[in-house]
Design a binder for this molecule. Structure first.
Ligand SMILES: *Cc1c(COP(=O)(O)O)cnc(C)c1O
Length: 353
């Protein structure tokens, strides 16, 4: 979801950006106007997230999935890394990394992705070049409330779905990446934040477009960058700043998610969320209706009633079924409460049969 203000501004400027008589889509990426857009995007993001000066901010292509390859290609110099698999996205990243070196799975395979085992059960290796984890598992709704303690090994984190929804101490990380389409802008651009000392380690066979060092040297313009996606990202960063930045989003995320979890938890099992309380995502809430296994008839009915009220995209990911609420930054508390009302009414109507 993008805020109305961002979309409106993009519409306003669609045909004629800054009086140039052309659209950002038509602009040369080497033009002063585009360089200005890129610079504003970068600076605003640096400001919002307090990114220290020894970190580079890159805008790359290939999505979050592209980073599943870029990370090992750039950082697995000696050939070993630790992966903390807590859901589908980190599992996919670990599988991709196996193409490039030895992947040590820190957790014994979970029978269900609904918890994060405590750190004394972790099997971290002594010689990992980095430890990888996913801050928020978008499909299963498991979110890390803390940063893993990995004894100084660089941490690589996929923040695609909870980027800028909470304060993050960037200095604790080696690399943070996030595909833009979840919370930062639209599809086509991926934000990568990398600490300077991790540059210059890429494998010989690393494609130049994925090479952090090459892209850092070229200001993310080794090849034509996704100009329009970077433009939307820039507008969105400015919007986020005007809304009060990450602190405001943090509070908003807390308020929105507790509104929905409260209804789930007080529904006497009519609604159920499979995720352990302490690691429940504040952004993606998977749930079932009519018991833990879900009643598909009721769930279908719910989706129809939601759609009739203009609430769409509530269907769970195809790999898990059920329903899922996504509360990205542009979703207001007020809109979330409307969904809450629907859930309460729906339970009144169908819960006692
Ligand atoms: C969506 C998502 C991805 C994949 O993003 P693409 O841009 O489709 O490659 C990776 N990680 C997480 C956590 C996601 O939510």
């Amino acid at each position: 979801m993008l805020s109305f203000e961002v979309l409106e501004k993009a519409q306003e400027e669609l045909l004629n950006y800054n009086g140039l008589g052309i659209s950002v889509m038509e602009m040369s990426h080497r033009s002063a106007d585009f360089l200005n857009i890129l610079q504003t995007a970068k600076e605003t993001l640096r400001n919002i997230l307090d990114v220290p000066s020894n970190y580079q901010i890159l805008f790359l292509q290939g999505g979050g999935t592209g980073q599943f390859s870029a990370i090992p290609l750039n950082l697995m110099t000696k050939g070993k890394a630790d992966y903390i698999v807590t859901g589908g996205w980190s599992a996919k990243a670990a599988k991709e990394a196996e193409k490039y070196g030895k992947v040590n799975l820190v957790l014994t395979k979970l029978d269900q992705y609904n918890r994060i085992p405590s750190q004394d059960e972790w099997n971290l290796s002594d010689d990992a070049e980095y430890v990888y984890y996913c801050a928020n598992e978008t499909v299963f709704g498991v979110e890390f409330p803390w940063i893993p303690d990995v004894k100084g090994v660089p941490i690589v984190c996929d923040m695609s779905s909870n980027f800028l929804t909470r304060k993050v101490d960037v200095s604790k990380y080696g690399v943070i990446f996030a595909g833009a389409q979840k919370n930062v802008g639209c599809a086509g651009v991926t934000v990568v934040i990398i600490r300077d000392d991790l540059l210059g380690k890429a494998k010989k066979e690393c494609p130049s477009v994925l090479d952090f060092t090459v892209q850092a040297k070229q200001n993310s313009m080794y090849n034509t960058p996704p100009c329009y996606s970077i433009y939307i990202l820039s507008l969105n960063m400015q919007w986020l700043q005007s809304e009060g930045g990450v602190d405001a989003m943090d509070k908003r995320s807390k308020d929105k998610s507790s509104c929905i979890y409260k209804i789930i938890d007080e529904s006497d099992g009519f609604y159920s969320c499979p995720v352990e309380n302490s690691v429940r995502s504040r952004i993606n809430i998977p749930f079932r209706i009519g018991g833990a296994e879900g009643n598909e008839g009721l769930e279908k009915q719910f989706l129809q009633e939601a759609e009739a009220k203009g609430m769409i995209s509530l269907k769970g990911h195809r790999s898990v079924g059920g329903l899922r609420v996504s509360l990205y930054n542009a979703m207001s508390l007020q809109e979330t409460k409307l969904l809450g009302e629907l859930m309460t009414d729906f339970k009144e109507k169908y819960g006692k049969q």
